[in-house]
Design a protein around this ligand. Structure first.
Ligand code: CA
Length: 229
């Protein structure tokens, strides 16, 4: 699981990052609201831990902007203890959970586990639509018009990544991390093979959706319409 932590109390933040890493989370730490928003908008995180009082832009504004931009990454807000108003404002702004400072690390870890589960459950009910194709996560089928092909698990996971972060380039490195996990000996050629198989299936369906290679950067999902513009 990949976590973004936005917190300007550096000493406390670094201690938490250290503990999270020990629990095998990948963590990026930024110390102001502007960077928090930029990183958050990338959409690559599974959970964002967001402080409210931050330099440049406060946590509520960061959260609102993320939700306005259709980034639905679960957010845990860090609030001052006993501040009911913060909690209410936070939940109204689209936070999924909050934690009052100071908190026990065990509590944070429990919340992270719970959010991770909730996120997975939500995704499992989803059908993803992009351009003229529809991907069903339950049946691992990809449909165009009345045609249908089955995907392997890896193909499905790669396509899901591309569909969830449409209009964004996904690096091979991120694909390995998300699909094969951190402790893997899978390399970039494995990604290339599965992407090539996925492309063949898209062509077979006659869909106008293509997976474009951006040299040195990764892959981007596109429809023919995008290419001509
Ligand atoms: Ca702060």
């Amino acid at each position: 699981m990949r976590i973004l932590m936005v917190e300007d109390e550096t000493y406390m933040a670094e201690a938490i990052v250290h503990i999270l890493k020990k629990h095998h989370y990948t963590v990026d730490l930024v110390d102001n609201g502007t960077d928090g928003l930029d990183y958050g908008l990338s959409g690559i995180y599974d959970v964002i831990i967001l402080d409210i009082m931050l330099p440049e832009m406060d946590g509520f504004s960061v959260l609102k902007r993320l939700r306005q931009n259709e980034v639905h990454t679960p957010v845990i807000l860090l609030t001052a203890r006993g501040d009911t108003e913060d909690r209410v404002t936070g939940l109204d702004s689209g936070a999924d959970d909050y934690l009052a400072k100071p908190f026990e690390t065990e509590e944070l870890l429990a919340r992270l586990r719970a959010l991770g589960r909730r996120f997975t459950d939500l995704a499992h009910n989803n059908t993803f639509i992009y351009g003229d194709i529809e991907f069903n996560q339950h049946t691992l089928t990809l449909c165009y018009d009345k045609m249908e092909v089955s995907l392997t698990l890896k193909e499905a996971q790669l396509l899901e990544l591309l569909m969830k972060r449409k209009n964004m380039i996904i690096s091979k490195e991120m694909m390995i991390e998300k699909v094969w996990g951190f402790d893997t000996d899978a390399d970039e050629s494995r990604v290339e093979i599965h992407i090539s198989l996925l492309r063949k299936k898209l062509t077979k369906l006659g869909s106008s959706v293509t997976i474009r290679t951006i040299r040195g950067a990764g892959y981007l999902l596109q429809t023919e319409k995008d290419e001509s513009s």
